[in-house]
Ligand binder design. Sequence first.
Ligand SMILES: C[S@@+](CC[C@H](N)C(=O)[O-])C[C@H]1O[C@@H](n2cnc3c(N)ncnc32)[C@H](O)[C@@H]1O
Length: 327
Amino acid sequence: MRHYPVMLSEVLMALAPKDGEVYLDGTFGNGGYSAAFLAEADCHVVALDQDPDVKSRASELVNSSGGRIEFIQTPFSKMDDVLGGRQVDAVVLDIGVSSMQIDEAERGFSFMRDGPLDMRMQRSGPSAADAVNQMPEEDLARIFSVYGEERRARRAARLISKARSGGVIATTQALADLLEQGLGRAGKIHPATRVFQALRIFINDELGELYRGLCSAEAILNPGGRLIVVTFHSLEDRIVKKFIRRRADMPSAGSRYMPVGGAVEFKPSFMEASRSVVKPSAKELVENVRSRSAKLRLAVRTENPAFDGCDKLLPNVPQLSDFTWAA
Ligand SMILES: C[S@@+](CC[C@H](N)C(=O)[O-])C[C@H]1O[C@@H](n2cnc3c(N)ncnc32)[C@H](O)[C@@H]1O
């Protein structure tokens, strides 16, 4: 299986790499974006990924690039902490799981491959099996409904609750079979698809990470620096879109106004490059079916100070830290 960097040509067009600039690739993965940045210009790349498994690929690139790239294993929400005061000329995020993670049965991300019900990008903390076997039924239903946009969320949670009273649900296959038998097939997509998406988002706190990552990017970008985000579903894109609009536009109410000499002045911290989202080309859609739901947004940092405060962009759902997890 080939691992395509999704929307690479559109990312390069948005970035317009230049000699001497510093770029932060917050989702290194297989290094497709980072390698392309290094090939396009005599730039420096700071690459992050929270998955310890990508370290070996990162080391190859560190060695072959003459030290023009450094790799740090960390969630991208911590990019401002790990940079220790350094600023960058672009932050690029390619959100979600990589083909490598999905294709490895042992990581437990896919119901197409039988493996332990894991789904942890960081390989630590509570797993999807912990969530499925330990969380109250109503919390599971809420997660399936919000993170999976699953209309049959209550039924799915009920099925899980009944099944686990007879024994632990430990594998991707066991959960997928349970959902398929209990929910039945309606339409083209497998009945486990939305529940699996919801569990993955919950276990990795993907939306919280995204929002905090955007705030961190705002803190470390130089004036003129580019924020480039590729997302894969509407929940993620909505957060990116709202984040950029709130910082780029005069808000309608209750947001970022700065009193100046009695008047109220809005100081945008970003300029939105375009109101419309960029989508993969027809050619890419043919070559790489996994790119079909990708969307790219670009914003450019202004010289105004970063927004100070918390936007209510995240859905109200139970969080990992709300529970005590049994070992
Ligand atoms: C879609 S892949 C990126 C592929 C990459 N652009 C390439 O060209 O190979 C997403 C990667 O981001 C990582 N990731 C996802 N969320 C993250 C987060 N919050 N912090 C750091 N890495 C994250 C995943 O572990 C995965 O390796």
